[in-house]
Design a protein around this ligand. Structure first.
Ligand code: HEM
Length: 153
């Protein structure tokens, strides 16, 4: 089996990670400060609507390939929740990060963004910054799999 045949799931997973985490780092560190400084709702919405087109498919790919990769590491799904196994702990951490990301994203999409005004920009920042931190933690936990998962707590 060639390298591409055996590693394509991981390649897609890491490529999508560059889009998700990279996009959020650009949003939080470059776009957001200028949006807050100039109180520019339109600049934030312009970035959001452009990024959404590639960011949402990337997150979806992340979930699909991530679950498949987890299945490859631990084929018995009930064993994913065995806290004594460091690989399972990393999978639980990934799923928890996913749950938190989805809660923040849904709240932003359906409560904060519709009818967003200058006064809502700080509320929006309180969504962007945590989701960016979560996106970096996804990478940290992801890389931990190589070392055998999350160490003993
Ligand atoms: C935005 C979300 C995510 C990001 C940014 C992300 C990022 C990463 C990164 C950078 C790696 C390291 C690859 C390596 O060291 O070779 C990785 C590995 C992994 N991720 Fe994710 N991930 C995300 C979501 C998920 C989800 C939802 C799951 C599902 C449980 C998941 C499961 C895994 C698994 C099992 C591995 C290890 C693959 C292996 O080495 O065989 N990831 N992830």
């Amino acid at each position: 089996m060639s390298f591409l045949e055996s590693q394509w799931l991981l390649i897609i997973h890491v490529l999508a990670a560059t889009v998700w985490t990279g996009g959020h780092l650009v949003l939080a560190t470059v776009i957001l400060p200028t949006v807050l400084r100039d109180r520019s709702v339109s600049r934030l919405l312009a970035f959001e609507s452009a990024y959404e087109r590639i960011g949402m498919p990337a997150l979806l790919l992340q979930v699909v390939t991530g679950v498949a990769l987890a299945y490859r590491l631990i084929p018995d799904v009930s064993a994913w929740f065995d806290w004594s196994n460091p690989i399972a702990r990393a999978i639980i951490a990934k799923l928890t990060l996913l749950l938190l990301t989805v809660v923040f994203a849904l709240d932003a999409r359906f409560r904060v963004i519709p009818g967003l005004t200058e006064r809502g920009l700080v509320d929006m920042a309180w969504h962007i910054v945590p989701v960016t931190v979560l996106s970096v933690l996804f990478v940290v936990v992801g890389v931990s799999f190589r070392g055998g998962g999350l160490g003993a707590f």
